[in-house]
Write a protein that binds this ligand. Structure first.
Ligand code: ZN
Length: 286
């Protein structure tokens, strides 16, 4: 299934399924379904059969809907640095032997087509196309084998990064440079694991104004989603609806000669095979 959140013309919001010809409005068809995606994931075992039977008989909505960020109020946004072999080589960094983990603030999250706003205090805002793992179960101290069962699905993420804040601040802290408002686009859909035949072989691309700047595959991932979950779960309890941005392939702006940073008016498209395309315009702060 391809789960989406959307807004209707009257500004009400709903949860639905993205199907080839449009969106099935699950919330309208069954108002007793959870209205929050995090809650829906949390109660998936009981709601999945209802959604499955609804999807078989429900037509697509004829309302003009706007797709929203698929996760409302996630509890955690975790991110992995330098997780593609080809990207580590590009940045001349050694291949890490343990995952590099940081986080982004949930307040940085935006959905498809919402503008990425360039902060006034940065002049090197960069793009990073990323596969995102959506957690389906509460997990603590799990093995990679157990972690496989706890993945709900996948989505497309953009780890927008202010390089000057990421690299030039005291202590080389990454958190602030990654957590400006609008710096965590996600979507359009959460695609459940059963619809992704091989997560270790998905093409990942980033295009700006139609020009392809990143083009790799998840074959290059150093730490797989299950390894990451197992590793992180030694430290913290992972909960349904938590997301992990799994790192970016080569081709980022800072590694180019000359560097290519985001500017007002750019249109960024991130495409991941089987998952779709996440599109966001770029705007200067007003
Ligand atoms: Zn990243």
């Amino acid at each position: 299934m391809r789960l989406v959140r959307f807004s209707r013309p009257d500004n009400s919001t709903g949860i639905g399924l993205q199907v080839p010809y449009g969106i099935q409005d699950l919330s309208l068809a069954d108002p007793s379904l959870p209205q929050s995606m995090v809650e829906l994931i949390d109660r998936w075992k009981t709601v999945q059969p209802r959604i499955l039977s609804l999807s078989k008989k429900l037509g697509v909505t004829d309302q003009e809907v706007g797709i929203l960020c698929p996760i409302d109020k996630p509890r955690k946004i975790l991110c992995i640095g330098l997780n593609y072999r080809d990207h580590a080589i590009e940045t001349k960094a050694p291949i890490p032997d343990e995952p590099i983990v940081f986080c982004k603030m949930p307040s940085a999250m935006i959905g498809p087509d919402e503008p990425i706003v360039l902060p006034k205090v940065s002049n090197s805002v960069d793009y990073e196309a990323e596969l995102v793992v959506v957690i389906g179960k509460t997990m603590k101290d799990v093995s990679p084998e157990q972690a496989a069962d706890g993945i709900f699905g996948y989505s497309i993420g953009h780890d927008v990064s202010a390089r000057d804040w990421q690299k030039d601040k005291p202590g080389k802290q990454w958190f602030l440079g990654k957590s400006f408002d609008t710096f965590a686009p996600l979507g359009p859909a959460i695609v459940t694991t059963d619809e992704v035949s091989d997560v270790s072989n998905l093409r990942v691309q980033c295009r700006i104004n139609g020009e392809t700047l990143q083009d790799s595959t998840t074959k290059e991932l150093i730490f797989s989603p299950v390894t990451l979950i197992s590793y992180i779960s030694q430290v913290m309890t992972l909960e349904p609806g938590d997301v992990i941005y799994t790192g970016t392939p080569p081709g980022v702006g800072v590694a180019r000669t000359p560097p290519r940073f985001l500017v007002d008016g750019d249109l960024v498209e991130i495409e991941i095979e089987s998952l779709g395309i996440l599109t966001n315009p770029v705007r200067a702060a007003s």
